[in-house]
Design a protein around this ligand. Sequence first.
Ligand SMILES: NC(=O)c1ccc[n+]([C@@H]2O[C@H](COP(=O)([O-])OP(=O)(O)OC[C@H]3O[C@@H](n4cnc5c(N)ncnc54)[C@H](O)[C@@H]3O)[C@@H](O)[C@H]2O)c1
Length: 277
Amino acid sequence: MGRLDGKVAAITGAASGFGAAAAKRFVEEGAKVALGDIQDDRGRAVAEALGDAAVYVHCDVTKEEDVAALVDAAVANFGQLDIMYNNAGVVGAVGPIDTTECAEWDKTIAIHLSGTFYGMKHAARVMKPRGTGSIISMASTAGILGGLGPHAYTAAKHAIVGLTKGVGAELCHHGIRVNAIAPAGMATSMVASLSGDPDDIEGTKARLATTSTLKNRAGTAEDVANAALWLASDESGYTTGHTLTTDAGTTTGASLEGPAFREREEMILEAGKRGLS
Ligand SMILES: NC(=O)c1ccc[n+]([C@@H]2O[C@H](COP(=O)([O-])OP(=O)(O)OC[C@H]3O[C@@H](n4cnc5c(N)ncnc54)[C@H](O)[C@@H]3O)[C@@H](O)[C@H]2O)c1
């Protein structure tokens, strides 16, 4: 018995990283998947490796008609849509706020926020009549804390967390759950490209392991695929409006060194008298 037996998913940004890993994981658990991306050769290769359980369509998430067509392709090929995974993304506009280019800002917001809105809108269109569904969107730890990513990225990811709550509050009345995932820096092309080689996933993994808050453990695309699998499956059937972190504790405030506790000291009764160290 697969955890997604009989379910159909649409995934954006499925040619690489989290999207490709989720496509594989979902099919392993019995789902059929409609995959969308702008990297057509890579996207087709991901779908072909999954055989009859997958179909690829070109889908630029900044175009509402493309996202609508991806949803329609899932229904046309596999009969329904149970899971919408709004995952596509880029680092986008970088740099200090006073020099951020407006065109780059707009493009970043269009990919992350408008792309997610289109995904939610068109998933709801086909899920509402069936009274069931799970919508998952890709946030980030940069959608929870400031200072972890560029400004447009941070703003868009915070907005995705907000949209997840707002749309979750609406669609719960239709039996549809709406959740998000917030990973820290994980070993995918997006992070690998920051060091110059988007295909160096193993090198990125090794590098991240040395800077991870979870001892010697880099975050991988498979970690995020497993989080998406849980949100996609009926196992998370009473969870909606939630943003699930896959961040090795980064958003707890965990630091590389760990907290500076005094050990085996006499109990400090007067708060603040001696401090932590
Ligand atoms: N890797 C990380 O550390 C990390 C952390 C937090 C959140 N995220 C988010 O996870 C998501 C996936 O990123 P990834 O790490 O797998 O990176 P990735 O670069 O491996 O994959 C991103 C995919 O999105 C596609 N894409 C880009 N623009 C698109 C568009 N306009 N339309 C359709 N597809 C488009 C790319 O072609 C690519 O296949 C993104 O939303 C990203 O912001 C990544």
